[in-house]
Design a protein around this ligand. Structure first.
Ligand code: CP
Length: 309
C-alpha cells in the first residue's frame, strides 16, 4: 500500500486510508523499538535534512531518532547560527542544501504555508514539522496513535481540545484527523481563544465551560497558551486563566468517569494544566512522546517509498 501524497504537508491533504496506513505502519515500528536492537536498514542511503527555523525539543529529537533508527543519513540545520542571518532566502538555503544530494526535508517554520511553498519549488519530499498556526501533522498522527493505543479505537471516541485553539497548529491537525477517522470533536476554552464560526467551518462542538467539556469527553488534549503568537491581550492573566480553564485534580475528581489526559508539550505547569494532573495516572503525555518516534519512522518510511516526480 502507498500514501496518496508525495509530501506530508498537513492532515488536510491526507485521506482516511493514508492515516490508517501511517498508524498501522507505526504499530510495526513500535514493535521494532521494543527490541534490543532498535534499528532497521529501511532508509539506508537516504539523506534527510532537519530544517528548523523555529525552536523545538520533542519534534526535532524524535525526527532525528526516527531517521537514525531507519538507518538514514541525517543533517541538522537551525536558522540560528546559519547564513539566514546574512539575508539568505528560504529557497536559496534549501537549494544549497539539496545540491549536496539530500532526498528529504523535515521542516519547521514560524510562517504558515512555508513547507507548501517549498514543495512547489524543490524536488525532495517534504514533511511539515509545524508551520506557524497552520498544521503539525505528525503531532496529530502521534496523538491519534496514542488514543488508539490507550482506548482501542478512534471512531466514536469523544475528544476535547482544551485551551488556545486560535493559535494552535496542533488543534487544527487534530480536528482534521479526528473528523476523518470518525471521532467526535469538541473545542473548549475562553471565547477569545476559539475562532468564530469554527463550529460550522470545521464540524466541531464548542464549549466555554471547562467542567461541561470534561464531563462530555473520553479524552482531553490540553493545549499550551501560545503567548509568542498572541499580539493582543486575549485573557486577563495566566493566574486567572488557570483558575477558569486550567485542568486541575479537583476538576477530574468531580467527574463521574476517568478520562485520558494528553498534552503535546511543552507544558506550562500551573497554567493550562496542574502538575498533579500532568504527572498523574490518567496522563499519557510521555507515551505520546514515545509514540512520536514510531509515527515519524512510519511517515518517513512511507514517503521515501513514494518519491516526488
Ligand atoms: N509538541 C511539539 O511540537 O513540541 P516541540 O515544539 O518541543 O517540538
Amino acid at each position: 500500500m502507498q500514501l496518496s501524497t508525495k509530501h506530508l504537508l498537513g492532515i488536510k491533504q491526507l485521506t482516511a486510508a493514508d492515516i490508517s496506513l501511517i498508524l498501522s505502519t507505526a504499530t510495526q515500528f513500535k514493535e521494532v523499538l521494543q527490541r534490543p536492537v532498535k534499528k532497521v536498514p529501511s532508509l539506508r542511503d537516504v539523506t534527510i535534512v532537519n530544517l528548523f527555523y523555529e525552536n523545538s525539543t520533542r519534534t526535532r529529537i524524535s525526527f532525528e531518532l526516527a531517521e537514525k533508527r531507519l538507518g538514514a543519513d541525517t543533517i541538522n540545520f537551525s536558522a540560528s547560527g546559519s547564513s539566514v542571518s546574512k539575508g539568505e532566502t528560504l529557497l536559496d538555503t534549501v537549494n544549497n542544501i539539496l545540491s549536496m544530494k539530500v532526498d528529504m526535508v523535515v521542516m519547521r517554520h514560524s510562517a504558515s504555508g512555508a513547507p507548501h511553498f517549498l514543495s512547489k519549488h524543490i524536488p525532495a519530499a517534504i514533511i511539515n514539522a509545524g508551520d506557524g498556526i497552520n498544521e503539525h501533522p505528525t503531532q496529530a498522527l502521534l496523538d491519534a496513535f496514542s488514543i488508539q493505543e490507550k482506548t482501542g479505537s478512534l471512531a466514536g471516541k469523544k475528544i476535547v481540545l482544551v485551551g488556545d485553539i486560535m493559535h494552535s497548529r496542533v488543534a487544527l491537525s487534530n480536528i482534521y484527523l479526528l473528523n476523518k477517522m470518525g471521532a467526535e470533536v469538541m473545542v473548549a476554552g475562553p471565547p477569545t481563544l476559539i475562532p468564530k464560526y469554527i463550529e460550522d467551518a470545521l464540524h466541531v462542538k464548542v464549549e466555554y465551560d471547562i467542567k461541561k467539556a470534561l464531563a462530555w469527553c473520553d479524552v482531553a488534549n490540553v493545549l499550551r497558551i501560545q503567548l509568542e503568537r498572541q499580539n493582543q491581550v486575549l485573557f486577563s492573566s495566566l493566574r486567572e486563566y488557570n483558575l477558569a480553564y486550567g485542568v486541575s485534580r479537583k476538576l477530574l475528581d468531580g467527574l463521574k468517569k476517568e478520562i485520558v489526559i494528553m498534552h503535546p508539550g511543552p507544558i506550562n505547569r500551573g497554567v493550562e494544566i496542574d502538575s498533579d494532573v500532568a504527572d498523574g495516572n490518567q496522563s499519557i503525555i510521555l507515551q505520546q512522546v514515545e509514540n512520536g518516534v514510531a509515527v515519524r519512522m512510519a511517515s518517513l518510511y512511507l514517503l521515501a517509498g513514494n518519491k516526488p516526480d
